[in-house]
Design a protein around this ligand. Structure first.
Ligand code: 6PG
Length: 465
């Protein structure tokens, strides 16, 4: 009998996803550009091999799938996707569905959906790394709802579950799924950066060992910060390098890599005029981290900062509290960006459903997302930071964030994401800001006009000449 679905691209993620599909009882046909890889994959599939049809050409792949066909692409984002779609379309029937499940830029997905016209196409964001892809990722779908419905039974079956609810949801038309995945990655960057900043305070400010830091993360993972990223940060801090017997963190170069999804998010946020300073700070921090020579030069020139923070000034409880506040503010920014995009693109993105889809399977999964889903369901139009539950949290924790940012500033420890989170908080609770000065300046040098507080737009000041 023919396979229910096909998959192209047996890299790490593609292979894991194919095994997950087979493991959930669906027959799947697979193809990879190099046949050797396909054969190896099939040979390694063990008990699942019976459900997998390895194929050696695109023609063979297409012939192995039941009609109307559905084929998942797991090839590198960019040109490879377009090339693969072109090659595949030539062999497919008009009602066959192509699903791009790679990390596509959502603008590309928008374009591909439009180019596809009446030919079925979906762009889905898949999060969770290799482990997630194999045993249950979080899936964010985009494209025509009817196409999603065609494969929803497979995608929900293979997805992560939160208390039985599948973490696989249709987000909207065209690139909506990949857009939501991009914001996920932006939040992922900011969440990781804030955790790294607390590590920096413990290491440089509080002179703690990696083992002690690992214990603190492990403890935090039992409280409000419980999340995959805190859990793995504890494991990273606790790991020992088998080669040198030193803590792993001491042998890893402090220059962060990035494939670009965080950058896409920040660029898009600027287009949308959506303020996401914590996410921007996280991308900037990665960029800056790779300027290692410059940083070494700076240290030579200005000397090291007086890092040591007296323990009386700051303890790890305060740090935990600060991270809780920072995390809420970062998510508030991400969700605000999603609602702005929803309006700008006419997508009606389901905010509470997005929080729900992120509860399990993805990299940013955390206990807090459960409460966020509830908060957004009752207060979806506002900002997450104003939802009663999170407003209470912020009232309780922003003082700690302030303490941490202040102590770090006094002792020369850079906290780009946490401090921008604090600035966002303070700006968002300042009814009378300082942009009146900006407007005055703009009118002064360019006669750009301003609005008067007592009524009247396009006003000008008595600046003289
Ligand atoms: C996920 C991740 C994943 C991402 C990697 C690497 O949700 O599974 O977001 O899609 O590609 O985490 O991202 P960077 O190389 O940009 O750090």
């Amino acid at each position: 009998s023919k396979a229910e679905i096909g998959l192209i691209g047996l890299g790490t993620m593609g292979a894991a996803l194919a095994l997950n599909i087979a493991d959930n009882g669906f027959d799947i046909a697979v193809w990879n550009r190099t046949t050797e890889k396909t054969k190896q994959f099939h040979a390694d599939a063990g008990a699942l091999a019976d459900r997998i049809t390895p194929t050696e050409s695109l023609e063979e792949l297409v012939a192995a799938i039941a009609k109307p066909r559905a084929i998942i692409l797991m090839v590198p984002a960019g040109r490879a996707v377009d090339d693969q779609i072109t090659a595949l379309r030539a062999l497919l029937d008009d009602d066959d569905l192509i699903i791009d499940a790679g990390n596509a830029n959502f603008h590309d997905t928008n374009r591909r959906a439009r180019d596809a016209g009446d030919l079925p196409f979906l762009g889905i964001g898949v999060s969770g790394g290799e482990e997630g892809a194999r045993f249950g990722p979080s899936i964010m779908g985009g494209g025509k709802r009817a196409y999603w419905d065609r494969v929803a039974h497979i995608l929900t079956a293979i997805s992560a579950k939160h208390e039985g609810t599948p973490c696989a949801t249709w987000m909207g038309e065209e690139g909506a799924g990949h857009f939501v995945k991009a914001v996920h990655n932006g939040i992922e960057y900011a969440d990781m950066q804030m955790i790294a900043e607390t590590y920096g305070i413990m290491r440089d400010g509080l002179d703690m060992t990696d083992a002690q830091i690992a214990d603190v993360f492990a403890k935090w993972d039992k409280g409000p910060l419980k999340s995959y990223l805190i859990e793995i940060s504890g494991k990273v801090a606790g790991a020992i390098d088998p080669k040198t017997n030193k803590p792993m963190l001491d042998v890893i170069v402090d220059a962060a890599g990035q494939k670009g999804t965080g950058r896409w998010t920040v660029i898009e946020a600027q287009h949308l005029a959506a303020p996401v300073p914590a996410i921007e700070a996280a991308v900037v921090a990665r960029n800056l981290s790779s300027q290692r020579d410059m940083r070494a030069k700076g240290e030579g020139l200005f000397g090291t900062a007086p890092h040591h923070i007296p323990h009386d000034n700051l303890g790890t409880e305060t740090l935990e509290s600060a991270l809780i506040a920072g995390k809420i503010l970062c998510y508030a920014q991400g969700f605000d960006m999603i609602s702005k995009a929803s309006e700008a693109f006419g997508w009606a993105l389901p905010l509470p459903a997005i929080a729900k889809v992120w509860r399990e399977g993805c990299i940013i999964r955390s206990a807090m997302l459960d409460d966020m889903a509830d908060a957004l369901a009752t207060d979806a139009d506002g900002n997450l930071m104003f939802a009663p539950h999170f407003a209470d949290h912020l009232k309780q924790h922003h003082g700690a964030l302030r303490q941490v940012v202040a102590q770090a500033a006094l002792h020369g420890i850079a906290l780009p994401a946490l401090s921008s989170g604090l600035a966002y908080f303070d700006a968002m609770r300042t009814a009378r800001g300082t942009a009146n000065m900006i407007q005055g300046q703009r009118d002064f040098f360019g006669a750009h006009g301003f609005e008067r507080i007592d009524g009247g737009s396009d006003q000008h000041g008595p600046w003289g000449s």
